[in-house]
Design a protein around this ligand. Structure first.
Ligand code: FE2
Length: 234
């Protein structure tokens, strides 16, 4: 089965790529920590919004692209390696399938039972119009949690756990899933103090004119800006 067929059938597929291709994003991460970003590269920081007791043991941070120069770093890495195929897999045209948001997700501590969700939920957004691509940014501990997806339909809450599948993250492999129809969560895991689990996340959206206002609303809900302009590498 081709990657595209697999994605259309199950809403999840995996793409192998060169782990070294992520170097510019690693440098970006170091520059964020060192407060050494070029002024044009604007990165926002968001902390975990869940303040329930079980989440007290875990610190999560999202470093998200907030300027065109910042999203360019994520887009260029994608377009420069095998992960570029994502834009052909999701949707109907790679010209309008663009990285509209991107971030680095840093998790420190043990992760409790996560909340099932989809990333780009909107009544006017259908299957195969958005996508999420996740991959480890640094060498990944085998005991770190993977991505849990469920084949249950959005309305079948009771079946989420029963129909769940765990996808383990691997260095040099991206996990691509439908941003709207794939209900998913982080797999719970126990970590050592100081362990950092760091993923890169590219969010794709179909940027056809009629979908831009819909995506803008999704962005307002998740708190990160959306970028609709063309990629440098068509
Ligand atoms: Fe998610």
């Amino acid at each position: 089965m081709s990657k595209k067929e697999e994605f259309l059938n199950s809403s999840v597929t995996k793409l192998a790529f060169s782990f070294d291709a992520l170097d510019p994003i690693r440098q970006l991460y170091y520059d964020i920590l060192d407060n050494n970003l070029h002024p044009s590269v604007d990165i926002g920081i968001k902390a975990h919004e869940d303040y329930s007791d079980e989440f007290k043991s875990v610190s999560m941070r999202w470093y998200f692209a907030k300027s065109p120069e910042a999203i360019k770093i994520f887009r260029d890495v994608l377009d420069g390696c095998e992960l570029a195929l994502s834009r052909d897999i999701i949707g109907k045209s790679r010209n309008t399938m663009r990285v509209v948001q991107a971030n680095i997700i840093e998790t420190i501590g043990s992760y409790p039972t996560g909340r099932w969700h989809s990333d780009f939920h909107h009544t006017k957004l259908g299957t195969n119009e958005s996508g999420t691509l996740l991959t480890p940014l640094f060498p990944f501990q085998p005991y770190f949690g993977g991505l849990e997806t469920t084949s249950a339909h959005r309305d079948e809450y009771d079946a989420y756990d029963e129909l769940a599948t765990v996808h383990k993250y691997q260095e040099g492999q991206g996990i691509l899933f439908d941003g709207t129809s794939t209900i998913h969560r982080t797999q719970s895991y126990k970590a050592y103090p100081g362990d950092k689990r760091i993923l890169v996340c590219w969010q794709f959206g179909c940027t056809r004119d009629e979908l831009q206002p819909v995506l803008t609303e999704v962005g307002e809900n998740n708190g990160d800006p959306m970028f609709f302009h063309e990629h440098d590498y068509a």
